[in-house]
Design a protein around this ligand. Sequence first.
Ligand code: NAD
Length: 301
Amino acid sequence: MEAALKAETTILSGKPIAERVLSTVRQETADLIAKTGVQPGIAVVIAGTDPASQLYVRSKGKRAIECGFKSVEHKLDETVSEEELMALLHTLNADPSIHGILVQLPLPSHINEARIIQEIDPAKDVDGFHLINVGKLTTGMTETAAIPCTPAGCMILIEEVIGKDLSGKSAVVIGRSNIVGKPMASLLLQANATVTIAHSRTKDLPSVCRQADILVAAVGRPEMVKANWIKPGAIVIDVGINRVANPPGSEKPHRIVGDVDFEDCKDVASAITPVPGGVGVMTIALLMANTLKAAKIAAGK
Ligand code: NAD
């Protein structure tokens, strides 16, 4: 008997989906301004000169302007004190033209990041890292919560393939960070998936992953997930962004890869996100959506 042909794998590119999110944000921003006079405003705070952070901040500012937002950047010196940073956050908390405050992480090592995040007004915490927003997410009060942008973007990608209701699906999240792994697991649980969180202390990770109809990798280990970790037909979402050296003589010295070995896994999965061009582009789009949501709530909409 002839072996059944495997259906083609969907390469889940984030670009068109992020563009759709941004287009809705642009439209709704124009409506909000027309109806209420409220223009969404975002403030990005960066301390230090880390080139990757500078690049992220620039692209966030550019996207905000394209969405019709007011966008301000506060570039602080590497040596800024915790008190100075807190004072700036208090000023932004009190500024009615600012609806979203984003503190670019990582902060310089002498600053306590957890303490700084708690100084942001939860209503303006568009990253969704404040304890109030974490609590709202885990208790299901998502209507007024800011949901962390990367996991929210992953959920839209998953929805694109199998819809909003994940009843009966088994999901495995590799990674338990506060910014990706844990909120990702909360969102999958709220969508009715049966969720396992795996991490650095998990025993026999490949066999845990093989149970997953939906596998989300948020680890920070280049190409760790291999084809034999994947249940045939699973949806694979790769959050990882890892810079690896190219072989000597290559055109560029480095390239960016995910936590999933894309080439190895792409024929086993039914859908898989590429890196770059998958989850990463969704994150900024969701940041804009969160800022608009905060502005709408502030305007009583
Ligand atoms: P993190 O370092 O805070 O957490 C990594 C997690 O991976 C930890 O919970 C740890 O337990 C787990 N882990 C580490 N080694 C492991 C192993 N060998 N086996 C199983 N689990 C292991 O990282 P993070 O902030 O959650 O980010 C994870 C990755 O996602 C990074 O590559 C980061 O650059 C990327 N990231 C991407 C976006 C995006 O927009 N695409 C956003 C945030 C983070």
